[in-house]
Design a protein around this ligand. Structure first.
Ligand code: PEP
Ligand code: MG
Length: 553
C-alpha cells in the first residue's frame, strides 16, 4: 500500500470513479465506560432481551425495505444478534454480576475471539458482531444508534470497516463510493458495493482523512486522491460516464473490436442468481459454485435435492454453456457435512476435490445428481473439479465425469496445475483458471488477508506468467482455457487475459457489461501488447501502467 500526502492506494474491489466529500460513520460506543456490576440479575436479563429485540426489529424493518443480497445480509444479522449461544454467554455473565451492557460486551468479545481463531469467512464476521455489540449497548444506554449518516450531497463513505447493517440500505445516489481501512475483497463491504454498483476500495490507509475532505476515488486502480485537481477529476468522471454507458449498452457476444471471439460468462451460485445473470448479457455460466448453494447445511443434500438445484441453473441458461464446479468445501468455505473437524492449515488441507480421497461417495453422488439434472433438462453441462494439483487427479476426475457422459475439465488454482497444464489437458477437455486461489498459492499469501492484499493481487507478474503458460498449453492442445476468478471482473486485466490467450472470462454478473464493453473496445493486437507489458513488469502497479498504455487508457 502506497502512502503519500495526496494519493493513497488500497485494494480495488469495484471499478468506477467518484468525486465527493468524505462522510464517516458516527463514532461507536466507548466500551471502557460501561455501567458497572448490577445485582438484579433477572432485571438485567430482561433489559438485555428487550435491547436485542429492539435492535432485531430495526434490522428486520431495514431488511423489509431492502432487496436481494442486502436483505439476506440484514436477516443474517438478525439471526446473529438473537443467537442462542450469545444469549447464554450473556446470561452467564449477568449471573456472575455483570450489568446487561457489560454482559453484551463480554459475550460478543468471546465470540469475536472464537471467530478470529476459526479464520476465513468466520473471521470476516467479527465486524458484523462488533457492530451488533455497539447497537445493543447503545440501545441499553438510551443513545442514538451508531452507524452511517445519510448524506445530503453525493458523498464518499469512508470507515475502518462497514457492517452489513450500515451498508445494506445505502442509497447509491448519495453514497457514491465506499472506502475502508480494513476488510478483504470478499468482505461484506465488497459484496454490497458490487450489488450497489458503486466504486469500492478496501484495505486502504485512509484512517486520517477527515470528514468533509474532497476525494477522488478510482475503484479500478485502487487510488484515493485527496483534494484532486478539479479539471483532471472532471475529465476522469466524463470518461467513467462513457465507460458506464458502454457497459450498459453491451449485449454480447464477447469479442475484441477486430472480431477475436472471447466468451463473456457469469459466476452463479444457485437458480435465483442464475436467473438474475440471465437477464444481463452473460452468454452462459463459466462457474457455478455448487458449494455455495449448500453452505449452511449440516447434512449432505440428497441426490434429488442436488439435482433440483443444478436443474434450476441449467434451465436458467437453457441451450447455453454452463460449467458446474463440484463442491469446493473447506478453507474459506467450510461445510459441516464435508470437511474434517479440524485442520491446522485448512487452505493447504483437505479441501475441494481432495475430499474425495477419504469420501469418494460425496463426489460420485454429486456427479450422479449433475447427470440426473442434465438428463431432466436435456442440457450438456461441463463439469470441473476445484483444487486439482496433479495430472493423475485430473485423469481420475475425467474418468468419473465421462462415465456419466458429461464434459470434464479442471480448475487451475495451484501452481503445479499451471506448470503441468499440458499433462492435465491430456485427460480433460478444458481448463478454468481460478485466479483467487492461484494468486494465494503462487504468492503464499492468504487471499482473505487485508495486510497481504498487494501480494494476492492477480496483477502480480508471477501469476500472469502462470496464466500465460496455461493458456499456451490450451492453444497447443486446441482446448479452451477460461478464467473464472475475480481477475476476470477487472476490465483492464480482462484485456490482458485475452492477450495471454484466455478463451473465456467468467465473473460476477454485475461486471459482465463493463468487461464485455472493455474487450469490445480494443483489438487483439492491443491485448497482446498489454499482456506483454504486464508480463515484463516488475510489480502489479507497473503491470497496470504498462497495460494501460498499450490499451490507450
Ligand atoms: C478462484 O479460486 O479463483 C475461484 C474461482 O474459486 P473460489 O473463489 O470459489 O475459491
Ligand atoms: Mg478457488
Amino acid at each position: 500500500m502506497a502512502t503519500n500526502a495526496q494519493v493513497r492506494t488500497g485494494t480495488p474491489v469495484v471499478q468506477g470513479i467518484a468525486l465527493g466529500p468524505v462522510v464517516r460513520p458516527a463514532p461507536g460506543i466507548d466500551l471502557g465506560e460501561l455501567p458497572g456490576p448490577r445485582t438484579d440479575a433477572e432485571g438485567e436479563k430482561q433489559r438485555y432481551a428487550d435491547a436485542v429485540a429492539a435492535v432485531s426489529e430495526r434490522l428486520r424493518a431495514r431488511a423489509r425495505a431492502a432487496t436481494g443480497v442486502a436483505a439476506e445480509v440484514l436477516l443474517a444479522q438478525v439471526a446473529l444478534v438473537g443467537d442462542k449461544g450469545l444469549r447464554k454467554s450473556a446470561a452467564r455473565l449477568i449471573d456472575a454480576g455483570a450489568g446487561a451492557e457489560q454482559a453484551m460486551d463480554g459475550a460478543a468479545g468471546q465470540f469475536v475471539e472464537m471467530f478470529t481463531k476459526l479464520g476465513g469467512l468466520m473471521a470476516e464476521r467479527t465486524t458484523d458482531l462488533c457492530d451488533l455489540r455497539s447497537r445493543v449497548i447503545a440501545e441499553l444506554l438510551g443513545r442514538p444508534e451508531p452507524g452511517v449518516p445519510s448524506p445530503d450531497v453525493p458523498s464518499v463513505l469512508m470507515a475502518d470497516d462497514l457492517a452489513p447493517a450500515d451498508t445494506a440500505t445505502l442509497d447509491p445516489a448519495t453514497t457514491i463510493a465506499l472506502v475502508t481501512r480494513l476488510g478483504g475483497p470478499t468482505s461484506h463491504t465488497a459484496i454490497i458495493a458490487r450489488q450497489l454498483g458503486v466504486p469500492c476500495i478496501v484495505a486502504a490507509p485512509v484512517g486520517d482523512i477527515p470528514a468533509g475532505t474532497t476525494v477522488l476515488v478510482d475503484g479500478g486502480s485502487g487510488t484515493i486522491t485527496i483534494d484532486p485537481d478539479p479539471a483532471e477529476a472532471q475529465a476522469l468522471i466524463a470518461r467513467d460516464r462513457a465507460t458506464r454507458a458502454a457497459a450498459a449498452a453491451f449485449t454480447g457476444p464477447g469479442g475484441t473490436q477486430d472480431g477475436h471471439r472471447v466468451q463473456v460468462l457469469a459466476n452463479v451460485q444457485d437458480g435465483p442468481s442464475a436467473e438474475r445473470a440471465r437477464r444481463g448479457a452473460a452468454e452462459g455460466v463459466g462457474l457455478f459454485r455448487s458449494e455455495l448453494a449448500f453452505l449452511g447445511r449440516d447434512h449432505e443434500p440428497t441426490v434429488e435435492q442436488q439435482s433440483e438445484v443444478y436443474g434450476a441453473v441449467l434451465r436458467a441458461f437453457e441451450g447455453r454453456k454452463v460449467v458446474i464446479r463440484t463442491l469446493d468445501a473447506g478453507s474459506d468455505k467450510p461445510m459441516k457435512f464435508a470437511n474434517l473437524a479440524h485442520e491446522d492449515n485448512p487452505a493447504l488441507g483437505v479441501r475441494g476435490s481432495r475430499l474425495a480421497v477419504a469420501n469418494p461417495g460425496l463426489m460420485s453422488r454429486q456427479l450422479d445428481a449433475i447427470a440426473d439434472a442434465a438428463a431432466r433438462t436435456a442440457q450438456s453441462p461441463w463439469v470441473m473439479a476445484p483444487m486439482i494439483a496433479t495430472a493423475a487427479e485430473a485423469a481420475d476426475f475425467a474418468r468419473q465425469v465421462r462415465e456419466r457422459s458429461l464434459t470434464p475439465g479442471v480448475m487451475v488454482e495451484i501452481p503445479s496445475a499451471a506448470l503441468r497444464a499440458r499433462e492435465l489437458l491430456q485427460h480433460v477437455d478444458f481448463l478454468s483458471i481460478g485466479t483467487n486461489d492461484l494468486s494465494q498459492y503462487t504468492m503464499a499469501a492468504d487471499r482473505l488477508s487485508a495486510d497481504l492484499a498487494e501480494l494476492t493481487d492477480p496483477w502480480q507478474p508471477a501469476v500472469l506468467q502462470l496464466i500465460e503458460m496455461t493458456a499456451r498449453a490450451g492453444a497447443e492442445a486446441g482446448k479452451p482455457v477460461g478464467v473464472c476468478g475475480e481477475a476476470a471482473a477487472d476490465a483492464m486485466l480482462a484485456c490482458v487475459l485475452v492477450g495471454l490467450g484466455v478463451t473465456s472470462l467468467s465473473m460476477a454478473a454485475s461486471a459482465v457489461g463493463t468487461v464485455g464493453a472493455a474487450v469490445a473496445g480494443v483489438s487483439l493486437e492491443q491485448c497482446r501488447r498489454a499482456a506483454g507489458a504486464a508480463l515484463e513488469a516488475a510489480s502489479p502497479a507497473a503491470a497496470r501502467a504498462g497495460a494501460a498504455e498499450a490499451l490507450g487508457r
